[in-house]
Write a protein that binds this ligand. Sequence first.
Ligand code: DGJ
Length: 722
Amino acid sequence: AKTGTFFLEGKDLSYGFFINHTGFPEHLYSGGRIDRDVLLYTRSSGGHSSVATPPGEDTQGAQRLFSYHQFSPEISFFGTGDYREPTVHAETVRGDRLTRLLYAGHEILPQKPKIDGMPSLSGGETLRLHLADPDGGLAADLYYTVYDDCSVVARRAVYHNRGAERLILHRAWSFAMGLCGSDYEALTLPGNWASERSVERAPLRRGVFSVDSKRTSSSATLNPFLAVVSPDATEDAGRAWGFSLVYSSSFVLKAEVASTGETVVSGGINDFDFSWVLEPGERLETPECVIAVSEEGLGGMSRALHDAWREHLIPAKWAKTPRPVLINNWEATYFGFDFDRLKAIIDAVADTGIDTFVLDDGWFGKRDNDRSGLGDWTVNENKLKGGLGALIDYLKTKGMKFGLWFEPEMVSEDSDLFRAHPDYAIGLPDRARCYSRHQLMLDLTRAEVRDYIVDSVNRILDAYDISYVKWDYNRNVTDSYSIGLPPERQSEFAHRYALGLYEIFDRIVDAHPDVFFEGCASGGARFDPGVLAYFPQIWTSDNSDAEDRTAIQYGTSIVYPLSTMSCHVSICPNHQTGRTTSFATRADVAHLGATGYELDATVMTDEERAAVRAQIEDYRAMEDLVLSGDAYRLGSPDDNVFGVMLVSRDKSRARMTCYRRLGGPRHGDPVRLCARGLDPAKRYYVPELGLILGGRTLARVGPVPTFPRGDFGTFVCHFEEK
Ligand code: DGJ
């Protein structure tokens, strides 16, 4: 209280800022735990006469040489002396675009309030900081939540119009945060269809580094994530801050190396093609940004995020519960199936341990290819004689459960839905629209469209015994326009789409608490924390080639725990790449996630069927490590040999999976991957070596993997406390 400092403490983090003499919330520290010392000595020592003073402060006194621009920010604003990226940019109907938001009070809440209409982390003691513009109607509440069980700070802003005239927000980001100095690298997760979430690192330079999406989805192109890391950060050491938005629509995250020599990270809803009308008395909630802090390099940052999602975001009922091990018919049949074809697949896997059969695209409306039928969520009984009921009954005789594919946000022009309601599709009625996979998208900003989707999906889920849903999304928005919005609100479209989507998720998922939902978006094109708040796992990529999957799953693990990645053993030659990898490799790679199968089981040999049985036994024995263990990456896909270690929380068990991309003539040459995450004081039995070794030894003298001859081989070993 004496210094006006807020000191927030999470599991292994401290976060400090204070209210300075102008009322500006000035960032002091974010990083590993420190003592509760007075940190004011860390402030920058001041500016020079050319800085812009705060409005009306042109005195000759001691406070002449200061400016909002100099203060390490918790928020930045436009037109009143701060030239950095503003966190908020508002305009009145008179054209006044100037803002400053200064301390107006605070509260400490025992529990974090939920965000209206958007997912966010649950629980946690929360600081709500009230800021207001002394010269205008804009006010903001900044929320900060910390947790005892994970090293993250959850931040967001709520903007209020407390004035008497309409405000237009041109930008309304969730947070800003200063970082001392500028010697950092940005780490991002760019990708594309079938090569989602690769890892890129590049030094920050003076100016603004940015990642974003303008697709009304988080997208495969750039995940809504940005890490700022020290140049020496490795998997195990160095400083890293990871910024992850709990949001599924167009976003932006920026890291600005400012003229002050410090780095400011900020972001939220993408302000491109965005504005929001805020009438007097109204407020706008912004998505949460979860900021992970690590002094243990990239690995520590990832584990902090994994903990946050598993403990506070993914539906608790499923987060650590054993998952269905399923077989999906897509790559076996594509659209070409009938009852007998599906029955044959089911028969072929009935005694293998696969417990769920998932019927993919093509079961509804008129849908024999991807040109028609979307929107008509009624069973096509001409194609599937006896309908879903007969299939489910048959599965029950085999002791198996049933899962079903939907793509509820879409409509085909050749569908009963489009013929009856062409206006339900996004776009301007008098402008030709863009197609993607021959389909259009439904306007989720409109209540009647949301009702149609909820009713048609719920009707199927209520009528049949369905235990699993795969929710697909195979294109991005174009033609952003809603006939339900007035002209001045058209730029609210992308955010309103997200709000509509979350409402639909709420109404379908809440009504079916026993159904397990998996997200999918042409593979992993909407793999984000917003989706994970409803769907515990997401189809990681349409690319199921084990070699490519090692890199995709590696990149995905930077932010997301292995339990969220749906990973299937598929047929070879692989349908996406044409590559052949061994059955064992495909299974070992798929076991680094929520495993399943995606192949034509009817052509499997008895030997392969026996292998599936053994693979599933192996998976079930390690599944708790996937669901709740700590993940340690050993090297990266840039190396020919790399791996992943999963360690139980009590450090009594672990499993190491090593992968070698290319073999070679001297395939026996030893490569060593040192163990990570074991307790140095414990001793472990390593069955593959037939030895008991110390945790300390294994961390320095790791096992030497023995790979099978040839390319794309795996080696798995286990550690059991003795
Ligand atoms: C894309 C998905 O990623 C695939 O797994 C499959 O469900 C197809 N869509 C079906 O259209």
